[in-house]
Design a protein around this ligand. Sequence first.
Ligand code: SF4
Length: 415
Amino acid sequence: MAQLDIQQKLEILADAAKYDASCASSGTVKRSSRDGKGLGSTDGGMGICHAYAPDGRCISLLKILLTNSCIFDCHYCINRKSSNVRRARFTADEVVQLTLAFYRRNYIEGLFLSSGIIRSSNYTMEQIVEVARSLREDHHFRGYIHLKTIPDADPELVHQAGLHADRVSINVELPTASGLRRLAPEKSESRIEGAMTEMKSAIIDTADATRKYRSAPTFAPAGQSTQMIVGADAATDGDIVRKASTLYDRFGLRRVYYSAFSPIPDASAILPLQRPPLMREHRLYQSDWLMRFYGYGANEVVAAADAETGMLPLDIDPKLAWALKFRGAFPVDVNKGPREMLLRVPGLGTKAVDAILAARRWRRLRLEDVARLTVSVVKVRPFLIAEGWRPGALTDLAGLKTILTPKPKQMELFI
Ligand code: SF4
């Protein structure tokens, strides 16, 4: 490996880390002030991403790899052994010094560190742990640390990572075991799930201990998360939704992140040539939201998908798709309906439902009252009864989907 200075390493290893979605800011438009007009940018600086801290604050993290060299050959990964990319490697101390320098300049509030596997899983994990240990113990760093852990590494090393990090994550990579065998043959579903199980036990045990003894060490207080690649294998949205639900139930994950597969240079021939539509990733995040905050079971979300293809519709959101398929559950009376049914009304979010529940204790609500709580009363009307409003035949109208489907927007040709 040619000698590279820190700046060159940072360019390579920050760029290589961008494929990890586990701490990505997404869903915003690209804005930049590099042309000298205006102030600020949504792109972030090189290697800087945004994540949510346990207290809900949005924080900036230095997002880098320790190295983009790897002894594994996962087909979908730009850093795989057979990939023809420029390689670089930080020492543990270089990552520590970079983090401290960025932190002191107020560029970041924490570190997101992942790595390709060098020499062995244990050796790599030792280096990752050393970064976190040194930051916490030698430099008393109180910022946020998110470490990607390696499931094959010695459980004691993975445990050490949890003692220093706020959040730990282990990527399940692909939604099905067959997909993992085909695209990441050196990885094993059972080893990944074994590491997640140990992580879950340690998080629960230490949370119990810290409740009893204030001096007990913390362990990944922001929990564990994972990432699934979407569109690299034949898994349907139904497969992905079921897998995510199982991961939440079995391993108590805080978040499952979905990352639309993006074709990489010199890609393996067994990969698709095109990335899936970005809207697919967005619909999966919406499904995830339905399961975590709206009380939908995985099977209910899957029921909103096309029965033949197992794919969620791209033109409408999964909550509306479910409501259109199960119109017998509507309309819901805004003045009497239970919270769990109001949450199923398309166009009503959790805040709107809570506001409805608070307001209806004092008076009967009209459609105009609901309109003030939603961006689209057109979407709400067919599914809701209010004072002075009944949807009548509108709920069962054959062309209702056409009325409620957002009009396609012309994409910008040049960005
Ligand atoms: S182990 Fe990680 S870095 Fe290495 S090839 Fe697989 S996905 Fe890429």
